[in-house]
Design a protein around this ligand. Structure first.
Ligand code: G1P
Length: 289
């Protein structure tokens, strides 16, 4: 079982980042020197993914422009001897084979993933949610692919979250299998207190079998009146094996201002051109506070 394809749902309206996202897709907001979505694509590529489908909507064409060549700009950079910038601009367009499909109606995450059926065909595939950006030594989706290959089943990426925060995510019923890996026997989306199975929530990374598409197409709307991917996982884990990987790495919810700033600061600290300066700047700031 080789995972070669990934799906990135990126059709949300960005309502937690307004007014910036009124005309700029949230996935295109710059985190240091790259748009947020490039971090996700780089994670997938680093894990061996070759083909990527981005599920977009009618307000997101800036994304496909970004992953295209731009001859006028490249000629200008070339003539000016700006080799580093030229290389970066080309690199973004050459990262992977990127495909696009539009989710024509906003009907939820499960509905967005269902748009990928023709692209995926009969192979297992990865899902990386556009809002969940990871900073990890080993790509988080790679950690899941390893587990999925070892156990020949689907895998979800989990971490423990505070009980009060679980209602923003989902809650997974788990049995220990080996270090950092669990068997999943149930999962509930946006749980109320009495529905919580454990503090483990899925945080934006999945390896799924093609069989998920039949399940998704059969689902009734769930929480929020939307077709929920989690409801599909619930059915799937009851009929076939699914593992949860307590992944190593930090996850940022970049769909809101706070998570976006945290990620930006951490990536800027890691970045060779901004890191040393930002450290000095933050030290000065802290003294002033
Ligand atoms: C989605 C999923 C949820 C998951 C969360 C974080 O929720 O439905 O199960 O825990 O992403 O990855 P959303 O953030 O779209 O409300």
């Amino acid at each position: 079982m080789k995972v070669r394809k990934a799906v990135i749902p990126a059709a949300g309206l960005g309502t937690r980042m307004l007014p910036a996202t009124k005309t700029v897709p949230k996935e295109m907001l710059p985190m240091v020197d790259k748009p947020a979505i490039q971090y996700i694509i780089e994670e997938a590529v680093a894990a061996g993914i070759e083909d990527i489908l981005i599920v977009t909507n009618r307000a997101k064409s800036a994304m496909d422009d970004y992953f295209d060549y731009y001859p006028e700009l490249e000629d200008r950079l070339n003539a000016a001897g700006k080799d580093r910038e030229l290389a970066e601009v080309r690199r973004a367009a050459d990262l992977a084979n990127i495909f696009y499909v539009r989710q024509k109606e906003t009907k939820g995450l499960g509905h967005a993933i269902a748009r990928a059926r023709r692209f995926v065909g009969e192979e297992p595939f990865a899902v990386l949610l556009g809002d969940d950006i990871m900073r990890a030594r080993t790509p988080v989706i790679g950690q899941l692919i390893q587990a999925a290959e070892k156990y020949q089943c689907s895998a979800v990426g989990v971490q423990q979250v505070a009980t009060e925060a679980l209602s923003k995510y989902c809650s997974v019923k788990v049995e220990p299998l080996e270090e950092r890996i669990f068997t999943v026997s149930d999962v509930v989306e946006k749980p109320r207190r009495e529905q919580i199975f454990s503090n483990y929530a899925i945080l934006g990374r999945y390896v799924l079998p093609p069989g998920i598409f039949d399940v998704l197409e059969d689902l009734e709307p769930g929480v929020g009146g939307e077709i929920q991917l989690t409801d599909g996982l619930r059915r799937l884990c009851k009929r076939e094996k699914m593992v949860a990987v307590d992944f190593e790495g930090r996850r940022y919810d970049t769909g809101n201002i706070r998570g976006f700033l945290e990620a930006t600061i951490d990536f800027a600290l890691d970045h060779p051109t901004t890191g040393p300066w930002l450290k000095r700047f933050l030290r000065e700031k802290v003294r002033e506070l």
